[in-house]
Design a protein around this ligand. Structure first.
Ligand SMILES: Nc1ncnc2c1ncn2[C@@H]1O[C@H](COP(=O)(O)OP(=O)(O)OP(=O)(O)O)[C@@H](O)[C@H]1O
Length: 277
């Protein structure tokens, strides 16, 4: 479904995506990484919005570098950008209907049905005739999500889809995405990755530094997490937990109370290794 080999994209002197190889068939693929790591740039290429400078990219078995195949990909692709350009004077219904027209849903009755279906999928049916400018941030996010879902795409490319959603809506999003064929999703929300993703890629400064399952990412910190009442100055990372004890990452001292790692631990340890001198 997505096959990227040695993808590179630069903006002037900034190498935003640097030799990235990624492959994903079905399921939800998470993209983690700090601000500026290159996630959005990679997603924009996967959404056919941005052309790579180098490398090869195939989406749904087609080549987005060819105009005719790009059109075919776009018919089967849903994209949620990081900053969705919603028209504040439109209603959610108008906005989604507009996208459905662009996606060539020409039959009026079927289009009306599809627009209502996606608005209901993101539970916006009660506000679908209110102006977008009068909606809350989380509701606007769901309008953008509804736009991406029009036509039941084979490939969903989502930039921080859970942004601004309340816990109830996040749960709804999980069910929606679990039912989708292939989803490539950038997120800062690690609990979203553990709940949803079969595969996770972690990027730092344009490069993929980890590819594997969420359990494998957590496993990077196996035997390297311990808790203590006092802060350990030798830990590479430590923080106070709500129970009042410190959680530490690094090489545990002898006799330390080593605990099972979480996905956060694996990610934080990887990030620390990345920034180590
Ligand atoms: N249009 C642009 N022009 C110049 N530089 C850009 C442009 N878009 C992104 N960059 C730079 O490319 C790098 C990668 O940015 P990108 O937005 O892809 O990262 P990101 O991982 O999505 O970050 P965030 O988590 O903050 O959204 C950054 O150094 C950024 O400043």
């Amino acid at each position: 479904m997505i096959e990227a080999i040695a993808l590179t994209k630069s903006y002037g002197g900034t190498r935003a995506v640097d030799d990235v190889t990624l492959s994903a068939d079905r399921g939800v693929i998470g993209l983690l990484g700090p601000n500026g790591a290159g996630k959005t740039s990679l997603l924009r290429m996967a959404a056919t919005v941005l052309a790579p400078d180098e490398g090869s990219l195939r989406l749904l078995g087609l080549d987005p570098g060819r105009a005719d195949e790009r059109v075919q990909i776009r018919r089967r692709l849903g994209y949620l950008p990081q900053s969705p350009g919603l028209y504040p004077g439109f209603t959610p219904y108008d906005m989604v209907d507009y996208v459905a027209v662009l996606k060539e849903h020409t039959d009026r009755e079927r289009r009306r049905h599809e627009v209502r279906r996606v608005l209901e999928a993101v539970t916006l049916q009660d506000v679908m005739h209110r102006k977008i400018r009068a909606l809350s941030g989380g509701m606007k996010q769901r309008v953008a999500l509804a736009c991406a879902l029009v036509g039941q795409p084979d490939l969903l490319v989502l930039d921080e889809p859970a942004n601004g959603l309340d816990p109830d809506q996040r749960l709804g999003l999980r069910s929606l995405l679990s039912a989708a064929p292939t989803v490539l999703m950038a997120t800062h929300n690690i609990s979203e990755v553990s709940a949803l993703c079969q595969q996770v890629y972690v990027m730092f400064t344009g490069r993929v530094r980890f590819a594997g399952t969420p359990a494998e990412l957590a496993g990077l910190a196996h035997g390297r997490v311990w808790e203590d009442d006092r802060q350990d100055p030798d830990a590479v990372r430590s923080w106070l937990t709500p129970t009042g004890s410190y959680r530490h990452l690094g090489d545990p001292p002898s006799g330390a109370a080593v605990v099972d790692p979480t996905l956060d631990d694996g990610y934080l340890l990887l990030a620390r290794m990345e920034h180590a001198p």
